[in-house]
Design a binder for this molecule. Structure first.
Ligand SMILES: CC(C)(COP(=O)(O)OP(=O)(O)OC[C@H]1O[C@@H](n2cnc3c(N)ncnc32)[C@H](O)[C@@H]1OP(=O)(O)O)[C@@H](O)C(=O)NCCC(=O)NCCS
Length: 195
């Protein structure tokens, strides 16, 4: 697939966090970061750009953001940093859910899931009208190379059961590893392993 030459992927920095959060929130309505709200998402992206073990890219056409990819060598470290340093924001995200007991229960469950410190592709999201143009492939190929350069042999990605993006990951060489329940939904863990 020929990718539009105007598409550029630029590293995530504190200057372009707002664009990343916009792409994330407008196009991926699943996962803990989405449930806890946009304010916490901004803190999450700040932790990503500060953390030496985490990084990402923003895909842009001119001045418009069209996609993001975010990953980390240690998902436990980055989530611990996020929740410890932004406890007030987490509580603010949870408070409006007090009237939705099921959702609140799911958020609390999600916050207490024990995650290993494993290399993880956290998010890969394209704007809705930018999908199917090969940009997601460019971003994932970049991340696959980045992990390899850092000496990582395996990394994972998680997504809700039924998310059509699973097909995309399988085409890229990911395989199903395991499944667990969160937010009342099956969360599927896929793994990429270098041959
Ligand atoms: C998954 C996603 C990032 C793919 O990005 P993209 O730019 O549309 O993907 P590409 O155009 O590079 O597609 C690469 C290949 O995957 C296939 N593919 C992409 N999305 C697909 C989908 N939803 N279902 C089936 N196949 C898909 C393409 O057909 C293409 O196949 P080909 O190589 O045989 O031509 C994008 O669909 C997306 O943002 N989805 C919503 C966010 C999301 O759920 N992300 C995953 C959770 S982190």
């Amino acid at each position: 697939m020929k990718v539009d030459k105007r598409v550029k992927s630029i590293p995530l920095t504190k200057e372009n966090i707002n664009g990343a959060v916009r792409v994330h929130f407008n196009n991926l309505q699943e996962g803990l970061i989405f449930e806890l709200g946009e304010a916490l998402a901004t803190h999450f992206y700040q932790e990503i750009v500060r953390d030496s073990d985490s990084w990402g890219y923003l895909a842009v056409v001119g001045h418009s953001e069209v996609g993001i990819v975010v990953c980390t060598l240690n998902v436990k470290k980055v989530s611990t940093l996020l929740y410890r340093k932004n406890l007030i924001q987490v509580v603010k995200g949870v408070l409006p859910r007090l009237l939705q007991p099921t959702l609140l229960k799911h958020i609390l469950e999600a916050l207490t899931i024990k995650k290993g410190g494993i290399p993880t592709l956290l998010f890969l999201v394209m704007g809705e009208n930018q999908r199917g143009k090969g940009i997601g492939s460019v971003l994932i190929d970049t991340i696959i190379k980045d992990f390899q350069l850092r000496g990582v042999r395996k990394f994972i990605v998680e997504l809700n059961e039924g998310n059509p993006a699973e097909e995309f990951y399988k085409k890229k060489g990911f395989t199903f590893k395991s499944c667990y329940k969160v937010f009342g939904k099956n969360r599927r863990v896929l793994e990429y392993e270098y041959q």
